[in-house]
Design a binder for this molecule. Structure first.
Ligand code: ZN
Length: 174
């Protein structure tokens, strides 16, 4: 397993729409392993393939938060079949929007159809944190970030801040 570099906003790649996976083969499984390792290393609970620059409709999640009892979940080509109209609010962050958090409303439950790590068709009824995480990650597949739900002013401020941080990281004085 390899830890990959997580792309951060602003980055045009994060705005791409990811393509469906035709078949879950060895290549996709290696990608899922790498994504999981990358996510754990960054202390995240979810990661979409596009966040490491691969425009495939693949998501990994682990909301267990247990160091010794890891419960990874893999979603290939996830499709939301049904959303609850009732909303729930979580303070969201994102590995691609480092150190920024905001309260976001999303449907509190959703039903998702997807392929698992072995390419088998699965169906999941997600609630609470899991439902929020799946929806957050599925947004990545459409090139959407959680900051897109904020007011234009807030979003601009966050992107400016992130651009500044990036500028600093690249600056070398010798
Ligand atoms: Zn994210």
């Amino acid at each position: 397993m390899t830890i990959k570099t997580i792309l951060t906003e602003p980055n045009k790649i994060l705005r791409q729409i990811s393509k469906p996976v035709e078949k879950v083969g060895k290549e996709e499984q290696i990608l899922m392993d790498d994504m999981l390792e990358t996510m754990y290393n960054a202390k995240g609970i979810g990661l979409a393939a596009i966040q490491i620059g691969i425009p495939k409709r693949i998501i990994v999640l682990d909301i267990s938060k247990e160091e010794n009892d890891k419960t990874p979940m893999f979603f290939v080509n996830p499709v939301v079949k049904n959303k609850n109209i009732e909303l729930s609010t979580y303070e969201e962050g994102c590995l691609s929007v480092p150190n920024q958090f905001a309260e976001i409303d999303r449907p509190s439950e959703c039903k998702v159809e997807y392929l698992d790590y072995n390419g088998e068709k699965k169906f999941l009824e997600a609630k609470g944190l899991l439902a929020t995480c799946i929806q957050h990650e599925m947004d990545h597949l459409e090139g959407i970030l959680f900051i897109d739900y904020l007011s234009k002013l807030k979003k601009t401020m966050i992107i400016k801040k992130l651009s500044k941080q990036k500028g600093k990281a690249d600056r070398i004085v010798v």
